[in-house]
Design a protein around this ligand. Structure first.
Ligand code: DX5
Ligand code: ZN
Length: 224
């Protein structure tokens, strides 16, 4: 029997992004999206410097930590990230994802994430070549290939990222590293990302649209 490719063996993870939730009702929205079938909670931290928008930081994440046992997938869009890694670990992050573009010392930054006791992920923007992260793959359990330019929810999926997903999947080979996509993921674009090799989908506006009673349908639609 031929060996199964890793993206066929990795179970598909859906990680709703709280950026599209109701900020006045985050705790309630987490309970509702968990009941709707979310696997992880994706938390987008923005600093108004690395990206042109400000969202929330470690204190908000700490306040939400008691609400659920689902893993907190913390996507840091901040520069520098290094001074704040311990804060996010203490706040209850399970994984901390940093952008390759946001640090001069990516390898050290990923070691620092391990040192604070979290799983480490590395993200790259649509215009950043995947070669940028080849030499840190042994330090991460997840690669985040942005499918929009980070900073805002509700943007359109950038299809030119699809060949990067395929190429990344072949470089990862048998290593236990997930490929996450983030930005513009809908029932229409999810199958494109999955067939290219993604096994972890972040989705904000396509999950949190409409009434909470519809969210399970939206998550099911992403699973295809
Ligand atoms: C964008 C964030 C995303 C965002 C996705 O900078 O990293 O996680 O919330 O939002 P949608 O799914 O609406 O494109
Ligand atoms: Zn994100």
């Amino acid at each position: 029997m031929t060996k199964a490719r890793s993206h066929h063996t990795n179970h598909l993870i859906i990680a709703p992004s709280l950026l599209a939730a109701d900020f006045a009702n985050l705790a309630e929205n987490i309970r509702q999206v968990e009941a709707a079938g979310a696997d992880w909670i994706h938390l987008d931290v923005m600093d108004g410097h690395f990206v042109p928008n400000i969202s929330f930081g470690a204190p908000v994440i700490a306040a939400l930590r008691p609400v659920t046992t689902l893993p907190f997938d913390c996507h840091l869009m901040i520069a520098p990230a290094e001074p704040y890694l311990k804060d996010f670990a203490d706040a209850g992050a399970d994984r901390i994802i940093v952008h390759a573009e946001a640090t001069h010392h990516l390898d050290r930054c990923l070691q620092m994430i391990a040192d604070v006791g979290c799983q480490a992920g590395v993200a790259i923007n649509p215009a950043t070549p995947i070669e940028t992260i080849f030499h840190v793959l042994d330090r991460v359990d997840l690669v985040l290939l942005m499918t929009v330019n980070p900073g805002f929810g509700g943007q359109s999926f950038i299809t030119s990222v699809l060949p990067k997903i395929t190429a990344m999947r072949s470089v990862i080979g048998d290593r236990p590293i997930r490929i996450e996509v983030d930005g513009g993921i809908t029932a229409e674009t999810a199958p494109l990302a999955i067939s290219a090799g993604a096994d972890t989908l972040v989705a904000g506006s396509s999950v949190f649209k409409g009434k909470a009673s519809d969210w399970a349908d939206h998550i099911r639609a992403l699973r295809g």
